[in-house]
Design a protein around this ligand. Structure first.
Ligand SMILES: Cc1cc2nc3c(=O)[nH]c(=O)nc-3n(C[C@H](O)[C@H](O)[C@H](O)COP(=O)(O)O)c2cc1C
Length: 368
């Protein structure tokens, strides 16, 4: 039903307009008590066996909404209503900014992919913090807060900008993510180099501890799929050294070659980050590499090209305790999370593992 609707309505609209429209509907539905209760009952059934404990947090399951969909924390309940076990808001930057000029979001329908160069359009850390502070949650979900650099801030002052966001947002974050991997803010990905990343993560850790002395807010870093393998290893080692809580792998890719893209070249050559199905193989590869390096010492979050329960299961076996998605939601619609949960529960039951936690990394442990 959604597929027909997508073809008839959303596909004919500008991608960003369609996103805003869908977003409005989700937000509205979540505000009407009878409707949201009904929607959650249909779209977010719970499975006892999928209950997950990660980052010191209890979750209904391992499947969350990746950053970038709810940049400003305006639809957390709506996304929980649709069945996401955690919702990562952001990327939020220190200061508000409009992002890149439109058009900046493109669909690659034959590839089940997207290209975006949104450029962190968001309300800024002050406004988003106030919104989170005033939030009265309807549905229980875990809220991650993903922070990034304000474009106008020079790279030498990047840490101070992240610190500003961390201080304002950590009190409302179940976990905090340092995003150094979006391709649409010039110089941002250079912060993945360990010489830059070490002081940045240390400063953000300290800021979170200052802002929330009573609770240790879990801190994660989100990395790009375009890192060379040795750089993936270097980030993994640094994460262990600094006592980081998690690594999110991966963000979108700037690669286009060798992905077998079938969409028109005019779209494929748009500048920006590519997400969705063509990202699957590399994101999985990065995740496996990370797990082989850090094992159970750090919580890994798998994201990039997850479309089905089978994809999610593959990430869990490759070392992910949590999995996330974004692009497939655009193509598959409101029943997506339900399908992933149902399939995952069935997959777990058919597996030799008693719990999801037992399955984490099992494939990598078998063939290191
Ligand atoms: C339109 C769009 C905007 C995004 N914005 C952000 C963002 O602000 N911060 C971030 O960390 N990731 C962002 N992402 C990346 C996603 O969180 C995710 O890492 C990536 O899309 C791969 O997952 P997917 O293949 O399931 O979409 C964005 C992705 C898309 C498609």
């Amino acid at each position: 039903m959604y597929k027909t609707f997508f073809s008839l309505v959303f596909k004919r609209m500008d991608a960003e307009r369609a996103h805003h429209l869908a977003f409005r509907w989700i937000g509205l539905a979540a505000r009407v008590p009878v409707l949201r209760t009904f929607a959650a009952a249909v779209l977010a059934p719970r499975y006892e066996e999928l209950r997950t404990e990660a980052l010191g947090l209890r979750m209904h399951g391992p499947f969350g909404l990746a950053a970038g969909f709810d940049k400003n924390a305006v639809a957390i309940d709506g996304m929980a209503m649709l069945g996401f076990d955690h919702v990562e808001i952001g990327t939020v930057t220190g200061e508000p900014q409009p992002g890149n000029p439109k058009k900046r979001l493109f669909r690659l329908v034959p590839d089940r992919a997207l290209i975006n160069r949104m450029g962190f359009n968001n309300d800024g850390s002050r406004v988003v913090a106030a919104r989170l502070a005033g939030r009265e949650p309807v549905f229980r979900t875990v809220v991650g807060v993903n922070i990034g650099k304000t474009k106008a801030v020079p790279e030498e002052e990047a840490a101070a900008d992240y610190v500003k966001s961390a201080e304002r947002l950590a009190p409302y974050a179940d976990y905090l993510v340092v995003n150094v991997s979006s391709p649409n803010t010039p110089g941002l990905r250079d912060l993945q180099a360990t010489e830059a990343l070490r002081p940045l993560l240390t400063a953000v850790r300290e800021a979170a501890d200052r802002a929330v002395p009573a609770r240790r807010v879990p801190l994660l870093v989100k990395i790009a799929p375009d890192l060379a393998d040795e750089d993936v290893d270097a980030v993994a080692d640094l994460a262990v050294e600094l006592g980081l809580d998690g690594i999110i792998a991966t963000n979108t890719t700037i690669a286009r070659e060798g992905l077998g893209l079938a969409s028109p070249l005019s779209v494929v050559k748009e500048t920006g980050g590519l997400s969705g199905a063509p990202l699957k193989a590399r994101s999985l590869e990065v995740l496996r590499r990370l797990y082989a390096r850090v094992g159970d010492r750090i919580t890994l979050v798998g994201v990039g090209g997850i479309e089905t329960a089978e994809d999610a299961w593959e990430r869990i076996l490759a070392g992910a305790t949590l999995v996330q998605g974004y692009s497939a939601f655009i193509y598959q619609g409101p029943f997506w999370s339900r399908a992933v949960h149902k399939g995952l529960a069935a997959r777990l039951r058919r597996s030799p593992y008693a719990t999801l936690a037992d399955a984490v990394g099992a494939d990598v442990r078998k063939k290191p």
